[in-house]
Design a protein around this ligand. Structure first.
Ligand code: 5GP
Ligand code: MN
Length: 338
């Protein structure tokens, strides 16, 4: 049986399903999960969306987000739902470790696991895997799967808005190389359904708090380190700084792109000290593969030009180690990005 046949069997027979996504979900992870959950509900399933953590405030307009169960806040309820579920849909991540504290519970569950994802090198933990690393976003895969399952008629504005948000953000507003004709055609189809695309853009990008903007100003002025000779730039943010500026989840999202936007810089990194450890975000231009970089040195992964990882060292030691590692890449980083 092909993956699509197996999925078709699953979605056409009502189940008790859990839909989940990676820790600290972004618009693609949360949007895909909410859209898929809305679709499953229309197909008669009992569906719960469980997030491993909270998510950025600028996603709090998405349909159904108020019903999302935050595993870090409602562990007992979430564990019970995970153990009762007959199907668990894992969206927008390639490795169960990306569920953080929720990983054990999902691993233990006897449910049929379905992975729908576009990250490089998916781990083989699911019974059914839909992995397309050429897809611009998991939301694109959700759209294509609903179409392939013959259910396009079930696509509506609430589903479409979530999918559009995922595609728009993961493509950097339709500018990354992943943005091909197919992506634009899907965006056009979402407009046909009635999605107001400029409204989605405003909800996500014109929704800054004053705090976030002032914090960005501080970070760019005081914390940005530019290593011109290595074609790299980075910023290191401590827990004290995040607390002092009263930042919330999502407030540092996109900071890394400012560092990458510097002419001649081919790799940008943000190193953040979080309560649960040091987290790194990598971005690159051109052929420099930050997914490999994250996998080889920081227990992470992702995409060629956008990846993340973590470190068990403290912030200062992580920064030191990062610079030492970076030096070994100076030749690979020495190119003119076209
Ligand atoms: P971000 O920097 O926005 O957190 O993540 C960039 C990309 O890398 C996203 O696609 C994200 O899912 C992936 N990513 C971030 N952190 C990790 C990690 O620790 N492990 C893996 N495998 N992927 C990550
Ligand atoms: Mn994604």
């Amino acid at each position: 049986m092909s993956g699509l046949e197996a999925l078709s069997k699953l979605v056409n027979q009502p189940s008790t399903a859990v839909v989940t996504m990676h820790h600290k979900p972004d618009a693609d992870a949360l949007g895909s999960a909410l859209a898929w959950a809305m679709y499953l509900k229309k197909k008669g399933h009992t569906t719960h969306v469980i997030a491993p953590s909270d998510y950025p405030f600028f996603l709090n307009w998405m349909n159904g987000q108020d019903q999302v169960i935050n595993y870090e806040e409602k562990r007992e309820q979430a564990d019970a739902l995970i153990q009762e579920a007959t199907v668990i849909y894992c969206l927008d991540f390639n490795d169960l470790a990306r569920l953080n504290q929720m990983c054990d519970s999902v691993s233990r569950s006897q449910a049929t696991k379905v992975l729908i994802d576009h990250h490089l090198q998916p781990h083989p933990f699911a019974h059914i895997t839909f992995s397309d690393t050429s897809a611009a976003a998991t939301a694109q895969l959700i759209f294509e799967l609903i179409e392939a399952l013959g259910d396009s008629k079930l696509l509506d504005v609430p589903i479409g808005e979530c999918l559009y948000a995922g595609i728009m953000t993961d493509t950097g507003s339709f500018r990354h190389p992943s943005t091909n004709k197919k992506v634009h055609l899907i965006a056009a189809q979402l407009m046909d359904i009635g999605v107001n695309t400029s409204r989605i853009h405003q909800l996500i990008f014109d929704n800054n708090s004053e705090i976030r903007l002032r914090f960005l100003g501080y970070v760019l002025d005081k914390k940005l380190v530019v290593l011109s000779d290595m074609h790299a730039a980075y910023m290191c943010l401590s827990d004290d700084e995040l607390t002092k500026f009263d930042t919330k989840t999502g407030d540092t999202e996109g900071f890394v792109n400012y560092a990458l936007s510097i002419s001649g810089i081919n790799m940008a990194t943000v190193i953040i000290e979080r309560k649960d450890g040091v987290k790194l975000s990598f971005r690159s231009k051109g052929e420099f593969n930050v997914s490999e970089f994250a996998r080889n040195h920081f227990q992470g992964g992702g995409h060629k030009n956008a990846s993340g990882g973590r470190s068990s060292d403290n912030l200062a030691d992580t920064e030191k180690r990062f610079i030492e590692i970076l030096r070994t890449y100076s030749q690979q980083l020495d190119f003119n990005a076209k």
